[in-house]
Design a protein around this ligand. Structure first.
Ligand code: DGL
Length: 282
């Protein structure tokens, strides 16, 4: 690998701003890496679409990032990872491609003491059983329950991440798993909850208020950042610059730049100026 390649940015994409939760973890772990983030907000949500459509969108988003030149791709969307990870790897054999499902599965297997794991994600991710398969590969005896929570995506994009509305929607999805009716045969509730959608970490507080203090909540952001670091290191692709915070981040979006900047700042935890965001067409 050449120094020129090591200087290229890490590319990431998601259907919207959710993948910025992964970008934030990457920045924390590798502050000197440059990042190029694409949020396909014009076509959000991905999670309610067919596998064929999601795969097509994922290929188009990747093609845009590759055209701008990246050294590694992070599929910062569980839905696209579940459906299209292999397709993307086949289409771009020269670029390492890292998804978020395997790291999320690893995090849950480490965090769950009893191996009773609940996964919440989009309809598509739950339908494809991506987390079930990944967790069972690591921990074959695990007992897994999945729940699609599609309304969490627009709530997060809208910034309605806590308060009574977020909590009552969370309760509707999660009470049947964590507070089963007395007399029901599911007495053993999960000890770990995986946020299997990159939009969901923003709702962690509302979710916590519903499920109580004893369940461990995990997401894939930190473990994905670790996997990316390892992959770059193994390939000699770590950026040569040194410092505390020297990496730059550029943003691409397929719709409404001011809205992306506004809601994106919420996900990233630092403001995004509209002039850091470029409108692109896929
Ligand atoms: N943030 C995405 C995920 O991790 C999907 C949200 C959506 O577009 O439905 O699955």
């Amino acid at each position: 690998m050449t120094v020129e390649q090591a200087r290229l940015p890490i590319g990431l994409f998601d259907s919207g701003v959710g993948g910025l939760t992964v970008l934030k973890a990457l920045r924390q772990r590798m502050p000197c890496e440059d990042m190029l983030y694409l949020g396909d907000t014009a076509r959000l949500p991905y999670g309610t679409k067919s596998s064929e459509t999601i795969a097509r969108y994922a290929l188009q988003a990747t093609s845009k990032l590759v055209e701008r030149r990246i050294k590694l791709l992070v599929v910062a969307c569980n839905t696209a990872t579940s459906v299209a990870l292999d397709t993307l790897r086949e289409a771009y054999p020269g670029i390492p491609v890292i998804g978020v499902v395997e790291p999320g599965a690893q995090a849950s297997c480490r965090a769950s003491l009893q191996g009773r794991i609940a996964v919440i994600a989009t309809e598509s991710t739950i339908r494809g059983c991506a987390y079930h398969k990944a967790i069972h590969r690591l921990r074959p005896q695990a007992h897994i329950v999945g729940q699609a929570c599609p309304l969490f995506v627009p709530l997060a994009e809208e910034g309605w991440v806590d308060g009574p509305i977020a909590e009552s929607i969370a309760a509707r999805y999660l009470d049947p798993i964590f507070k089963p009716a007395s007399g029901s045969d599911r007495v053993e509730t999960p000890d770990c909850l995986v946020l299997g959608c990159t939009h969901f970490p923003l709702l962690a507080r509302a979710i916590r208020n519903v499920i109580g203090p004893d369940v461990v909540i995990v997401d894939s952001a930190a473990t994905t950042a670790f996997a990316v670091h390892q992959e770059l290191d193994a390939r000699g692709l770590i950026h040569p610059q040194h410092g505390d915070d020297c990496g730059t981040t550029r943003f691409l979006t397929t719709d409404d730049v001011p809205r992306f900047a506004r809601t994106g700042g919420l996900f990233l935890g630092t403001p995004i100026a509209p002039d850091e965001v470029e409108l692109v067409d896929l």
